[in-house]
Write a protein that binds this ligand. Structure first.
Ligand SMILES: [Fe+2]
Ligand SMILES: [Fe+2]
Length: 207
């Protein structure tokens, strides 16, 4: 079975069960919030440009929007991001942090970047690989939501993530002439980490 089909089966199972579904939304909300916080940390307080301000604002909105969707299923579910309210909490926490660490290591050792250049490269590459993933994951998720006639929808997030992917591509072209090879290396790292995360989610919902 191909990876996307496997993922669709996991997501289907989640959407069909309101408790699993609220926990899933809470995982996505936490990951979006982690992303927003990472962008804010990366932002230069003086030289920040509109594209980065927009990106930080939209990722924060995604975290809030997903949290609000939980209320459509059960208004009292998942008040915070502590372990009881997440699926595979440890792995959910690990995914983005490990990707960030791995991308920084790659840029430091393979590209010999340091300081602000390293931070900038990590921002571009981590974000790029996540946006490629978001495109696929939210697409599959929205298909399941439509199929089950769920009150939840993530169409506005999909539209904004598509915009982010385009913006990252433009910024990567300026970052390095060989950006496609570098991005594909980081995407390969992301694919492994995403696979481990989905496996953990799949194990958690099988219990
Ligand atoms: Fe997002
Ligand atoms: Fe995004």
């Amino acid at each position: 079975m191909n990876k996307e089909r496997e993922l669709a089966l996991v997501v289907d199972k989640i959407v069909a069960n309101d408790t699993l579904h609220t926990h899933w939304l809470n995982c996505l909300s936490m990951m979006e919030n982690t992303g927003a916080r990472k962008i804010s940390k990366y932002e230069d307080p003086i030289h920040s440009e509109i594209v980065v301000l927009k990106h930080a604002a939209e990722e924060a909105r995604h975290a809030y929007y997903l949290k609000k969707q939980i209320g459509k299923l059960d208004p009292s579910a998942c008040p915070n991001f502590t372990h009881p309210y997440l699926l595979a909490p440890t792995e959910t926490h690990h995914y983005l942090n490990r990707l960030d660490v791995a991308a920084c290591r790659y840029l430091k050792h393979r590209m010999k970047l340091t300081g602000r250049a390293l931070m900038h490269g990590a921002y571009l590459l981590v974000t790029y690989s996540i946006e490629v993933r978001a495109d696929m994951l939210y697409g599959i998720y929205q298909e399941a939501l439509t199929k089950y006639k769920s009150k939840v929808n993530v169409k506005s997030i999909i539209a904004e993530e598509e915009g982010h992917l385009e913006e990252m591509q433009k910024m990567l072209v300026d970052f390095h002439p060989d950006w496609q090879r570098i991005a594909s290396d980081v995407c390969a790292i992301e694919t492994e980490l995403f696979g481990a995360w989905i496996q953990a989610i799949s194990n958690a919902i099988a219990q």
